[in-house]
Design a protein around this ligand. Sequence first.
Ligand code: GLU
Length: 508
Amino acid sequence: MNNSSQVRVRFAPSPTGHLHVGNARTALFNWLFARQAGGVMVLRIEDTDVERSEARFEGQLLDDLKWMGLDWDEGPDVGGPYGPYRQSDRLAMYHEQAERLLREGNAYLCFCSQEELERDRAEKLANQLPPVYSGNCRALDPAEAQQRRASGEAAAIRLRIPEHPIRFHDIVHGAVEFSNEVVSDPIILRSTGIPVYNYVVVVDDALMKITHVIRGDDHLSNTPKQVALYEALGWPVPQFAHLSTILGSDRERLSKRHGATSIANFREMGVLPEALMNYLALLGWAPSGGTREIFTPEELKKEFSLQRVTPSPAVFDMEKLYWLNRHYIKQSPPERIEKLAEPYFVRAGLLPAKPDERIRKWFEKIVALLVPSVDRLEQLPERAALIFQYDAAAAANSPENADVWAAPKTNEVLEEFAQLAGSDAAPLTPERFKTIMNEVKTMTGAKGKELFHPVRVALTGSHSGPEFDKLIPILEEGSLLELPRHVMSVRQRLDRLLTKSKADPSSD
Ligand code: GLU
């Protein structure tokens, strides 16, 4: 079934929380490597830490991975030839292999109590020695030890670390060597019968025929123990590739302190999955010979190479992610963005929960108008304030508008505009708006900024903003729709502003 030269990689998250940037990048690099090589991607759930693992996190991890555009060929949800794919369902295998290691003399029973171990560790540290296991039980007679265990004495199982340095090759870090002096004989099975990470990961990777272990470099120091385990179990050692740490802008390890770090966070912000994928691919990898930064998932599959992954830490640059996101938002078909943007407006109380066809058509125009001004979709409702929130007092009094109000032609321009725009009850069309503005120009002699800024401030509260011929139909049509918050028409805005200035010209 398994072609022996076939690349097989795995992503092995622990369901103890949300999928965050570091793990998502690990998943991505595994996936790119597998897809490029025509290999197999395995998803394995590492839930031996029963206290911290939760089923709901497993569901979310799978959702987040799928949302990013990743898929897998074997895993807890799709099955496969080397399952089960959840460690809690594989305990019998771990016990079986541990007993084999004992039988073959590569592991031994350890009866040391927690207190003894802690005391020993503290002493070693105080004497500036590596805090490795004393080896107290290493020389016990195996038959005697078995008897003690059979009579009910609590016993853990420890691996015998070999008496020679442990070496392995890492695709990112090159040749790595650890002196056996600094590697403790690791516990593989606790006296409670619960197996330990370094051990289960080896049993699983070997039995799942994993050829390349690609993971975060926080696991680099675990690798000598794992290599020793492969050797003791008589199994081939896979290739390793340890990916660099991801740092925040302050060069500290990226954490919640730096703001959004989970995939769910980015999704909520309105980052598109292909933007996130593109950005994560650049964390520690760069294409050969070039400064190119924009890659679609298909292009990444072609270009990616583990050989070009750098061992130095990668700094997470939120602005660059947003920049890429802006690019992908602009590239997306409008219908996709409308669909993704709608919930943000519903949540902000600007659209009804189930907008009808008319409202949807109108909403399309809003999205088209505002999309060029955002780099994530969550910003849209705020940018839409000029449509949904008209504040005459702010228009009249905001310090930003002071220059406009002080300009000599402003009042004249606005009076003319109000009169002409108000002379017809029909909604203002962009064409009629143009005609009116031409007339205002002729009547007042104002042109350019002195003509347009007063009108802009009067209608939107700000002297900068989107083009009028797109904005005006949105205001006019919006005022006729049944919306949770009324949208004021051009005329309503003018009325509000003019009544306001008449009623209280000097109000603040
Ligand atoms: N479950 C481990 C983690 O989430 C992954 C271990 C591995 O990739 O070897 O860090």
